[in-house]
Design a protein around this ligand. Structure first.
Ligand code: FAD
Length: 398
């Protein structure tokens, strides 16, 4: 049942609402607007209607649930084998900033086995309080036990905001928690701000294929939940002298109650980690074919970096997907990003434009990549890259 109602007696049949709706949820039938099941209750049509003939029934929080009783900014600290992922500390930097604006505390949730040291680290990175669930059932990530612990903590302590990294695990866990708690979740945010008037979390992310940036609010449910991709935000500096409280909590499930068992881990062969590389030499369609990546690999090796790629090169089968940088690939933030034969489409820029130094090599002086480049070289990659490698080798005395 759509939440948008048309007041038929007020509708003047102008069709302005139909034109505004991006979802095809409105149509004119006998000169009266009719809403269908495609309505997402986004409210874009309300302002377009000159006759005030549209009413949007905003869903409210669970009856009796006072939104202002939720307080604090929480972060789930992702760990593997007792080592916290840097994505969690990036989240912690943001949590601290948002909490300071709200005048609220920061809470870290550390789940795992033998992970007390991570709780201490979380305090150094800005947590005022840590909920620590240290139990063998939580040693490796599984949705069921992790979800159960976090859902019961959220229900009991009512945070205003809950942040998770947009890693494979973070995406899985965030969706499970939001579904069970019945709140909103904005995935893959690239910006988080507090609205000074409403105190709502303004969650910005690319939408419509990366062509627009959408700012999303969650006004009627709590916590406001967001995931953020690795490397979108800077890593904060830890302060080992910070003091905080560690609260031990028990795991919510026993091993025999958990349906999934982890049998083992198989490391992907030839795994590349462009996300962690300080220098990336990236190739696009302009390298001309799979063999065009050979000089890029050599340059990356000389610089001690990794090889990245545009989606065009990956889709053409010239290089495997783990190398892809961009909206549907990895987000990277290296010290130096060398884009070779990459045009600079918005979806590619979304994954690399916060790199500290961008060097673009392209034979088209009008290529959009030059718009974000620190240094630009107009010319043929096939000539420039080997020459660059030669020059760097000679400078390094190799
Ligand atoms: C929903 C969605 C998600 C997407 N996600 C991603 C993503 O994650 N990552 C991504 O990269 N793209 C993504 N894309 C695709 C993106 O829109 C572009 O199509 C893609 O980035 C283009 O790749 P390219 O720059 O290698 O190729 P092109 O756009 O074809 O550009 C090739 C460039 O190489 C230059 N060139 C050609 N020959 C030479 C030469 N010999 N020497 C020097 N320069 C040369 C050309 O001047 C040109 O600028 C996505 C698209 C959509 C719709």
């Amino acid at each position: 049942m759509p939440l948008l109602q048309v007041l038929a007696d007020k509708c003047i049949g102008c069709g302005a609402c139909v034109e505004t709706c991006h979802f095809g949820a409105l149509a004119m039938v006998n000169d009266v607007a009719v809403v269908n099941e495609a309505c997402t209750a986004c409210g874009a049509c309300l302002e377009a209607c000159p006759a005030e003939a549209l009413v949007l029934e905003r869903p409210t929080a669970t009856p009796g649930d006072k939104l202002d009783s939720y307080r604090g900014v929480w972060v789930w600290i992702e760990q593997f084998d007792g080592e916290a992922g840097s994505i969690s500390w990036e989240m912690m930097g943001q949590a601290r900033r948002l909490a300071d604006e709200l005048g609220s505390p920061v809470t870290a949730c550390v789940l795992g086995s033998n992970v007390r040291h991570i709780a201490q680290e979380a305090i150094a990175f800005g947590a005022d309080r840590v909920f620590l669930a240290d139990d063998p059932t939580l040693a490796t990530y599984r949705t069921e036990p992790y979800n159960r612990v976090l859902v019961s903590l959220v229900r009991e302590h009512r945070p205003e905001i809950l942040l998770l990294g947009a890693s494979a695990r973070g995406r899985d866990l965030a969706g499970a928690i939001a579904t069970e708690i019945n709140t909103g979740l904005t995935a893959d945010c690239t910006g988080l701000e507090i609205d000074p008037e409403t105190r709502l979390l303004r969650q910005t992310r690319p939408a419509f294929g990366g062509n627009i940036m959408a700012t999303i609010l969650c006004p009627n449910h709590r916590p406001q939940m967001a995931t953020v991709r690795h490397r979108v935000f800077e890593m904060p500096t830890p302060d080992p002298t910070r003091q905080g409280q560690i609260i031990d909590i028990s795991a919510a499930l026993r091993e025999e109650e958990i349906a999934t068992k982890v049998v083992g881990f198989i490391r992907e062969e030839g795994e590349v980690n462009v996300a962690d590389a300080k220098i990336i030499v990236s190739g696009g369609r302009g390298v001309g074919g799979p063999e065009g990546f050979a000089p890029l690999r050599e340059l990356a090796q000389v610089l001690g970096g990794a090889v990245g790629a545009s989606r065009a090169a990956v889709d053409a089968g010239w290089i495997p997907y783990p190398h892809q940088v961009g909206q549907t690939g990895r987000t990277v933030r290296p010290d130096v990003y060398i884009a070779c034969g990459i045009s600079g489409a918005i979806q590619h820029l979304a994954g690399m434009q916060t790199s500290k130094i961008i060097v673009a090599i392209n034979r088209d002086p009008e290529a959009p990549i030059f718009g974000v480049a620190t240094y630009g070289v107009v010319g043929d990659v096939a000539k420039i890259v080997p020459e660059l490698t030669k020059q760097i080798k000679s400078k390094l005395g190799r």
